[in-house]
Design a protein around this ligand. Structure first.
Ligand code: PLP
Length: 385
């Protein structure tokens, strides 16, 4: 029964795309020769050009990471008061609001896409609301038209957290073209990365200028019109980013193949629900996330999580706990479980399984066999007890 024995080395949910080392030396050599290591150098300029091209957006600024990018986007859009957002996201989405003295207002999510439910946004709007901050969770596009309609009706800004959505398209339209600003994260755990890094995309030259000023201390002709920060990306990381960009399409295609294999092999297991591709969407396959229904599967998500570790498989609970249940946010009026029934249910059931381009189809086959074996052994032990 070799197939369902433990993996010899630990399997994590992701592995970064690494550029060829020889090419990396050449890039470093070019930077050394140029002797400019930061401050909007040639590598950063080239990366902004190539990324704007790849992502199909008019204006793009690269920054030191995704979290700081979100903080800068809030400043660039001059947000105040309350921002309606989702609790089913990475902590940084909500922290970036709090760091701008903005009050997060949590809106419940859709059960199928895990994205903010646009039908629940309007009742949350008050005199204080200035923006909506939706997240394209696991790269699945939000209901962008509905969200924009609401924003237009109430004069709100829309800031998308597109950290997971690099390269995603909705009916041929690039994901970064929706809303006022979109944020991409280039952390090493994302589909595309610059080790650490991020970008903001927008449609107006003056907005990009404002973002570029904010990331560079708002220093202009020694005038300093407002407080800025330092959120610059350096030349070495931009150079790495240029090399990783060449490999990203291949990585996405590998992940697509593995995702389809997972779906095929897991589709007949009672109590495991899977996301399917959405018609009209070009997906980027950043994570493979299943939902575990405890009654049908026999074990709950946390039990399966622990069992898989016995086989050297280390899944992640994305996203658990919900941001609305963090100690620092749980006392907000919108954080109550009664306001967020779907998000609370989903967060107790989701599990991200290993997915990256260095996995083989045989790894996926084995992971799925192990999941089946765990379920069957549990059923058997329940019967004999
Ligand atoms: C990764 C991530 C961020 C933060 O990006 P960093 O580059 O790690 O700062 C924000 N939001 C979501 C949804 C993320 O997954």
């Amino acid at each position: 029964m070799a197939a369902s024995e433990a993996f010899a080395t630990p399997l994590y949910v992701t592995q970064p795309v690494l550029p060829d080392l020889e090419e990396t030396y050449k890039t470093i050599e070019a930077i050394w020769q140029n002797k400019q290591l930061s401050n909007n150098g040639p590598m950063v300029k080239q990366l902004e050009k190539e990324l704007a091209d790849f992502l199909g957006v008019k204006y793009l600024s690269v920054l030191c990471n995704g979290t700081t990018s979100l903080q800068i986007a809030c400043k660039a859009l001059k947000l105040t008061g309350e921002v309606i957002t989702t609790p089913f996201t990475f902590s940084a989405t909500i922290h970036s609001l709090a760091w701008n003295n903005l009050k997060p207002v949590f809106c419940d999510i859709e059960e199928d896409t895990f994205n903010i439910n646009p039908d629940l946004i309007e009742p949350l709007i008050t005199q204080e609301t200035t923006a909506i901050l939706p997240v394209h969770v696991f790269g699945n596009p939000c209901k962008v038209e509905k969200i924009q309609q609401i924003a237009d009706k109430y004069g709100l800004k829309v800031l998308y957290d597109a950290a997971h959505a690099f390269g995603v398209k909705l009916r041929e339209k690039p994901i970064g073209t929706f809303g006022d600003i979109s944020m991409f994260s280039f952390h090493a755990t994302k589909v595309y990365h610059t080790i650490e890094g991020g970008a903001l995309t927008c449609h107006q030259a003056d907005l990009k200028e404002r973002i570029d000023s904010l990331r560079n201390y708002c220093q202009k002709d020694d005038i300093f019109p407002e407080p800025g920060t330092n959120a610059k990306l350096n030349e070495v990381q931009a150079g790495i980013g240029l090399l990783v960009l060449k490999k990203v399409e291949e990585e996405i295609q590998k992940r697509k193949k593995l995702t389809n294999l997972y779906r095929q092999l897991l589709s007949d297991i009672p109590g495991i629900t899977l996301n399917r591709d959405i018609p009209g969407v070009t997906h980027n396959y950043p994570y493979f996330v299943i939902k575990v229904e405890p009654d049908e599967f026999g074990l709950n998500r946390d039990q399966l999580f622990l069992k898989l570790q016995e086989y050297n498989i280390f899944p992640r609970k994305y996203f658990f706990p919900l941001c609305s249940n963090f100690e620092c946010y749980r006392n907000l009026p919108s954080a109550s479980k009664s306001n967020l029934p779907v998000a609370n249910k989903v967060a107790d059931r989701v599990l991200a399984l290993p997915l990256h381009g260095n996995l083989n189809t045989s790894d996926i086959v084995k992971i799925c066999e192990i999941i089946k074996k765990i379920r069957q052994e549990n059923l058997k032990s329940n019967r004999t007890n």
